[in-house]
Design a binder for this molecule. Sequence first.
Ligand code: 2HA
Ligand code: ZN
Length: 269
Amino acid sequence: MKSILEGRPALAHEINQVAEVAGYLWQKGWAERNGGNITINVTEFVDDEIRQLPALTEPKSIGATLPHLKGCYFYCKGTGKRMRDLARWPMANGSIIRICDDCASYVIIADQTVVPTSEVAAHLSVHNWLISQGGAKKATVHTHPIDLVAMTHNKRFLEKDAMTHLLWSMIPETKAFCPRGVGIVPYKMPSSVDLAEATLAELDDYDVVMWEKHGVFAVGDDVMDAFDQIDVLSKAAQIYLNARTMGFEPEGMTDEQMHEMTVAFGLPK
Ligand code: 2HA
Ligand code: ZN
């Protein structure tokens, strides 16, 4: 069977990056079983031939009308699929979908009829919002980092910006590479509309959102960018955790040190 990636190096590069990140998620222990999701807006890599490709499935309702997705194409991890499998075979563990003209349904067009993640509606709502903002962000990543999820089990870290400031203060790079910090969504049922809406609200102010007692949701220019932000936050959480394990509360960078860094890197306050 011919893959849609054949003869399309730019699209293949994008999907290979997804596979690479899926491998990292597994290696880091953030993606047990079918945990986590990745969706990528691949519309810019779609040529006329792809636009003519027949649908492999009947249209499936998204459950919402998302007007900004007209004419868009997405790579989506398949429902129940494992990140560790996607790392090796991205097109057997995910598929490319086309949004139908009603902006309320989609069809699978390649490579196989791998049904998208159960959270596709939430991810597509985020992409709809990202496009409406006119930005360049094409990737969403949801995963279960052990350290960051553990922190959400403590009410102290769920207070507005408490986790952001603590993590930023652990090592200077954190604010430099996750400059908008981390938003918090109180516990909600996985895959629920409530969870999707609460996430969207937080994305106004943050690129990374923590779901209490569940996981992380990040948006980025591409999948590496979304991954990097989660990775630097997890590194900061590891430093905090290591200090606590050694028996002390880490001092954290001082306000002056944070300010100096913020100015030097031209970061938002
Ligand atoms: O799709 O992690 O929260 C697997 C998940 C859902
Ligand atoms: Zn999850």
